[in-house]
Design a protein around this ligand. Sequence first.
Ligand code: NAD
Length: 765
Amino acid sequence: MPTVPEALALMDYGPAPESPAIALDWLKDRAFGHFINGAFTKPGQTFAVTNPATGAELAQVTQGTDDDVAEAVNAARAAAKGWAKLTGGQRARYLYALARLMQKRERLFAVLETLDNGKPIRESRDIDVPLAVRHFYHHAGWAELLADEFPGMRPHGVCGQIIPWNFPLLMLAWKVAPALAAGNTVVLKPAEFTPLTALLFAELCVEAGLPKGVVNIVTGDGRTGAALVAAEVDKIAFTGSTDVGRLIRRETAGSGKALTLELGGKSPFIVFAEADLDAAVEGVVDAIWFNQGEVCCAGSRILVQEQVAERFTARLKLRMAKLRLGDPLDKSTDIGAVVHPTQLERIRGIVDKAIAQGAILHQAPMPEGPGSFCPPGLLTDLGAANIAHTEEIFGPIVTLMTFRTPGEAVELANNTRYGLAASIWSENITTALDIAGQVKAGVVWINGTNMFDANAPFGGMRESGFGREGAREGMLAYLTGDEASGKERKAPEALSPLPGSASGDTVDRTRKLYIGGAQKRPDGGYSYAVPGAQVPLGSRKDIRNAVEAAHKASGWSKVTGHNRAQVLYFLAENIAARGKDLGPKDEVALAVERAFYWAAWADKYDGRVHSTASANITLALKEPFGVMGVICPEEAPLLGFVSTVMPAIAMGNRVVAVPSQSNPIPALDLYQVFDTSDLPGGVVNIVTGPRGELTDTLAKHDDVAALWVFAEAETCTLAETLSAGNLKPVWTEQRQRDWTGPAGQSRSFLRRAVQVKTVWVPYGA
Ligand code: NAD
């Protein structure tokens, strides 16, 4: 007879399989067409959708053509007016109905999702489906409250939505629910590996009596996605890889289509010495071994403080060895199948390279047999340049590195082009919140990881994309209402460069560039003529110098709103004092008012505390981008400059501004105001010259985190196209704004001067 400890050691889980019958019955002999205008079309050219755990075919699905996409967009267009005209309450009822219907068929959705994607049934049943339902309920509420809470705003119209395969139903919910709540109609393209739950959702749309054409679903691969991007839609919302996100940024440049991008990540998981190490080990399980690591915000880089690294690693290896890999339909499976053999190959490819570069892999042997399975793995002994540390693996493999000091942890955490999420483990709230403030990530979890809620904004910084999904902030991505409505902007007259400004011989010596708090001659030594004066001809080099100066002025982003407000009030007073030298009396008077107005906001554009489903205080903080570029409008040379630069710096950004090309004098003359207003050098930098060339440099510059362009179509298109490099958010306006009225101080200047960081702080039990 074994002793109790022996019996415990021998005990294993019995099989606990969920039956696939419910989903297989639904799929029986199905070949799917698209869901367009409230009905399924006849299947066209189809491809097989397979179960990654077995390789068995589940269904045939249609490859969407350009014509299919056009038909779906037409249906959505035809439905748009009627849908937007309903009251919020009426739309809310449809969303409630969808939530309830989804809830009624929870089991079918969960089993179908697991068959299609390979994720463990425990996760699809307990996480994917309930969260998708929650999104519809939550957004039914936003539909109800829309008019009260978003006055003056309206839907974009038709939204093209493209989603990945890792959370097929949940990503649908994140996209469709807010779009419908805001009054848009949609054409959704699910990922080619996992379209089945979207097609089941289409059935619910019929059952819920949703007006025809409000939701359309077109299946297919990247070609279908590209057709949707090119179609006559008003907005594209994309979730997927950074490479495709970049392509879409370029494709939509200059089209006027609104764009949000939720892209890849390489998120740090930071463990401090004082952390609860057992909790942190469980955290890793949720961070990287949840959903086979196919999670955009997976904590895929463990950074652990040196003095506890050995203990932590030992415990982590023990825990890893206990994870159960296998049949995704078994309720005691922890790790299911990777979505597709090609993804498994990709994971193996990166891991092999990491090992060749010196990393050590700790992993159970690859299982034999059918299905795409990858045991959980840990890579140690790697340098910061190792491919596994820099590339998104999108599989159950985590890297581990050590750090000594909090400063080093932040440096390592931010040493990535991504900025989606971060997880921080420390029992010291001061340390945890200090680090939360310093990591470049759209979502930060303290002593937790991979927590999601419909009322918590989710989205990235840097090359993880822009825009937020979920909560009030996410609703804003589906609403518009503040566009400029004036005349189309025209390109200013071409410049004629004149030699000589460097020597100062032919140039009015009082006019120079303003960089780092000092007047500077342009690098190229050229000037150009404007009525009554010659002004410096700035070049790429000057922009680079200005960005460097702005970068160095990072202290401005850290001072309190109160202190910023004081400096800006003083600045406003000084504009008033120098007024008569700066421009026409009326424009100066308005510029003074505007400067006071934005100064007033410096300490008032607050974040929020969101009420989320779990025991957390979920903060939505508004952070400055850092260094911003502003291509100021040609019209209203002084007022336009003040109206655009002031809100950006009021929110804590440092700005490189390109003033009106044809009349930059009032902006250049402001240097005296800046010098006498306690504005630290480098917070505002002014480079005059050919706006096309200067925009080009700002758009491409990796250290410019956001760009505003108030210019003619050509320059706006250029900015959007070239911003695809570091995927900075670009706000372009090709139409003139009435700077003298309310449009000149619209709230959207504040909204576009900050990025939201969501910080989940445990609260209560
Ligand atoms: P992917 O970019 O290859 O595909 C995503 C979607 O885009 C699919 O529907 C695909 O068919 C479509 N697509 C492909 N090429 C296209 C093109 N040229 N034009 C338009 N659409 C095109 O990504 P994936 O491999 O399916 O998903 C994994 C990626 O998604 C990872 O990088 C992951 O980090 C990211 N992701 C991000 C989030 C987020 O919220 N930030 C969430 C989930 C996944």
